[in-house]
Design a protein around this ligand. Structure first.
Ligand SMILES: NC(=O)c1ccc[n+]([C@@H]2O[C@H](COP(=O)([O-])OP(=O)(O)OC[C@H]3O[C@@H](n4cnc5c(N)ncnc54)[C@H](OP(=O)(O)O)[C@@H]3O)[C@@H](O)[C@H]2O)c1
Length: 199
């Protein structure tokens, strides 16, 4: 399995920790400043994690988008053809307390992500937990931490579900990208930041 991560901040780093711990065969991480800027950060993984360009990370079998909301269009535009590709959307249209959240014009954030990656099979996941918690082993207290996901393509969701299982999560499919996505969306989503353990 090859997983690419576009964005190597709080979420990207936590995710890489879990992917490496689970023995995922190939992991490529990228940011906007190029592979050289990431090389010192991936050394700790003894060659298991490659620093690449956004295009290289975007060529993986499963691609995770983990950039700030305002960087989404630029990051996705680096990959020339998203047709048929599985894009895991970990972004949130988050605004810090006191700031006005971005206006989505009545759409969900993942619909906007999808509009910048035409033809991609978008699955929303890895967005509902704080980054620090995402970096922890999901096998806790004799159970497995719940990880919610949503999307419209069943085969893509099966692939994401298989990845979550390998990482040790209890993956919970919430349905389609719009209706399911609303369940784990920031602010009004009832499942956002819920740290639930399936026993
Ligand atoms: N932090 C959390 O607890 C948390 C929880 C759930 C969801 N989220 C969501 O996850 C996303 C990432 O959050 P974060 O906290 O990880 O953000 P972050 O720490 O600011 O990291 C963002 C990463 O994206 C990279 N980046 C920026 N522009 C890029 C571009 N055009 N192409 C490729 N990489 C680019 C940045 O590196 P360079 O600037 O060097 O390129 C950085 O590595 C956000 O949408 C956030 O709302 C965060």
């Amino acid at each position: 399995m090859h997983v690419g991560i576009i964005g190597y901040g709080a979420i990207g780093q936590s995710l890489v920790k879990r992917l490496a711990a689970a023995g995922i065969e190939e992991i490529t991480v990228a940011n906007s400043r190029g592979p050289e800027s990431l090389a010192p950060h991936v050394e700790q993984f003894d060659g298991r994690v490659n620093a690449g360009t956004v295009r290289e990370a975007g060529a993986a079998e499963l691609v995770v988008l983990a950039v700030g909301w305002h960087q989404v269009p630029n990051a996705l535009a680096e990959v020339q053809d998203w047709t048929g590709r599985i894009l895991i959307d970990a972004t949130n249209n988050y605004a810090p307390p006191g700031e006005t959240p971005p206006d989505l014009g009545g759409r969900t954030s993942s619909e906007i992500v999808a509009s910048h990656a035409p033809g991609a099979k978008v699955v929303k996941a890895f967005n509902h937990l704080a980054a620090a918690l995402l970096g922890e082993d999901p096998r806790v207290a004799g159970g497995n931490r719940a990880l919610f996901y949503s999307g419209d393509d069943e085969a893509a969701k099966e692939s994401v579900g298989a990845l979550l299982k390998r990482l040790g999560y209890a993956g919970i499919d919430l349905g389609g990208l719009v209706e399911g996505g609303k369940m784990h969306a920031p602010r009004n989503g009832p499942l956002i930041i819920r740290n639930l353990i399936e026993m």
